[in-house]
Design a protein around this ligand. Structure first.
Ligand SMILES: C[S@@+](CC[C@H](N)C(=O)[O-])C[C@H]1O[C@@H](n2cnc3c(N)ncnc32)[C@H](O)[C@@H]1O
Length: 193
């Protein structure tokens, strides 16, 4: 991440924004369950909120240094270093998967889809994907100068999630993009087949 990003995501203003405005809204109708995976936790603005609500939180971060700092900050969270496009977790191992302000750091739509497909694979049937991200704008691109910036096009997200196999997709566009989607239960999958 570039200097702007490091400064913002670790700043005292960012955590309250994520924790007071984004997470309560996007999780309002969602049961996060007992075992949650957060992908791309960075400095942990969402991690700090989630770990108070989910008994077993795992955080998967690609950046080794960020992961080490996160593990020191949240000893109760299982922090792992890895790439969310190819997760090592078995199928159906989480009740929920969270992705907050991370997909625009993934440089191509195909790689973002790979992450969403991996999220579907590691969710148990009936489990939920919950996420938020920055909306595309000139300001967002300027902010990421010299850094990866590939924002999700909101109007494509519903179809992308459905095509991958998610059901009950919700996509909301306000100040940020928010989305939830559910992995169909075995019964729903059989009925849809
Ligand atoms: C902007 S930070 C988001 C921080 C945090 N989720 C928040 O909302 O404050 C994006 C994080 O995603 C991580 N990341 C990007 N691509 C990833 C991937 N393929 N697998 C795991 N982590 C990734 C980056 O290293 C970075 O720490």
């Amino acid at each position: 991440m570039n200097y702007n990003h490091d400064k913002l995501c670790g700043s005292p203003e960012w955590a309250p924004h994520i924790q007071d405005e984004v997470l309560p809204a996007v999780t309002a109708r969602v049961d996060l369950g007992q075992r949650m995976l957060e992908i791309g936790p960075g400095p942990g603005a969402a991690t700090g909120w989630l770990c108070q609500r989910v008994p077993r939180l795992t955080a998967l971060e690609r950046d080794e240094t960020a992961a080490a700092v996160l593990a020191g900050k949240f000893p109760g969270v299982q922090v792992a270093v890895g790439d969310a496009t190819a997760m090592s977790y078995p199928d159906c191992s989480f009740d929920s998967v969270g992705s907050f302000t991370m997909l625009h750091h993934v440089p191509a739509t195909a790689l973002q889809n790979q992450i969403l497909a991996e999220a579907l694979r590691v969710l148990r049937p009936g489990g939920v994907l919950v996420g938020s991200d920055s909306l595309p704008s000139d300001g967002l691109h300027a902010f990421h100068e010299g850094d990866t910036c590939h924002p999700v096009e909101p109007s494509t997200l519903l179809v992308r999630l459905q095509t991958l196999g998610f059901g009950a997709v919700m996509v909301a566009v306000d100040e940020v993009l928010m989305f939830t989607a559910r992995k169909p239960s075995s019964q729903e999958r059989d009925q849809g087949a």
